[in-house]
Design a protein around this ligand. Structure first.
Ligand code: PAF
Length: 286
């Protein structure tokens, strides 16, 4: 695996690579786990050259403390990526990504997508995500972008970004299902900040999502949300940002269940002072 720290070297390395016909790109913020490695694996199957980036993007953290506490495990990440067969690791410094500083950011008209769910609780988060992803895409110029379904709303925002940039024709987005521990807990870099007890309690997110999935056909939405929230609070979650049931294609909230529609249930809640998110597609055919 070749490690590139500047855009210049990255572009040169890609240009020289023999197998650059289909470039697969996996953008990450490091602290890699099996979820990320599954994205690398998908890229290895579908692309001829796999590029991964590790960059903890300061502009997407609305909470400075969250940024400072973000886990960094670079040595292990490099080992895992090399073992997984990643071809190129892009490891830029902040000045490389933001040469004009962190204040001069682009604005993306994301519409209601940045007002709801994560956007409501993490003001400016998706603008930061779009800023960094646009820059990384211009640097790597991939044919396929691999994203994890765990960040469901982020997948939708990046899909919108790609439309706004008019890259639909040259860039395919491949969304890979969430990888879970055997307990059901969705893999996340933030899990590293949980105690063993909290990790066990945190499985209640998946229990609550499954509860929604099993009961959506015959329970009013408001009651489902109330009962799922109770599952979280009873398990020891300190605070719930949202338990929401939305249309899977546009994330608009659902009031009445329609058997012909596809839905997604999404949760964001705090345990052990760590904010966890997860989601589950509720449609019959998934
Ligand atoms: O999902 C992430 O890890 C980040 O939001 C991303 C897409 C790498 C952008 O910084």
């Amino acid at each position: 695996m070749i490690i590139c720290k500047t855009t210049h070297i990255l572009k040169q390395t890609i240009a020289k690579a023999k197998n650059k016909d289909i470039i697969g790109f996996v953008p990450t913020m490091g602290a890699l786990h099996q979820g990320h490695l599954t994205l690398i694996n998908e890229s290895k199957q579908k692309a001829t050259l796999t590029v991964c980036s590790i960059f903890v993007n300061p502009t997407q953290f609305n909470d400075k403390k969250d940024f400072e506490k973000y886990p960094i495990t670079l040595e292990q990440d490099i080992f895992l990526l090399a073992q997984a067969g990643c071809d190129i690791l892009f490891l830029p410094h902040v000045q490389e990504v933001y040469p004009d500083g962190l204040q001069k950011l682009s604005y993306y008209p994301l519409d209601y997508l940045e007002e709801i769910l994560e956007g409501k609780y993490r003001k400016g988060h998706f603008q930061g995500v779009c800023n960094v992803v646009e820059k990384l895409l211009k640097m790597v110029e991939p044919s396929i972008l691999f994203l994890g379904q765990k960040d469901y709303q982020q997948c939708m925002v990046i899909t919108k970004l790609v439309q706004l940039m008019q890259w639909n024709n040259k860039l395919q987005i491949n969304i890979v299902p969430t990888i879970r521990e055997t307990s059901g807990l969705a893999m996340s870099s933030r899990n590293a900040r949980l105690s063993d007890t909290a990790k066990q309690q945190a499985t209640a997110i998946y229990t609550a999502l499954q509860f929604i999935q099993n009961n959506i056909k015959h329970t009013p939405i408001a009651l489902l949300v109330e009962q799922a929230s109770k599952i979280l609070l009873d398990a020891g979650f300190e605070k719930i940002d949202y338990v929401s049931i939305c249309r899977a294609d546009n994330l608009l909230p659902v009031e009445v269940y329609q058997p012909t529609e596809n839905y997604v249930a999404l949760i964001a809640a705090f345990i052990n002072n760590v904010r966890l998110i997860d989601n589950l597609l509720l449609s019959n055919n998934r």
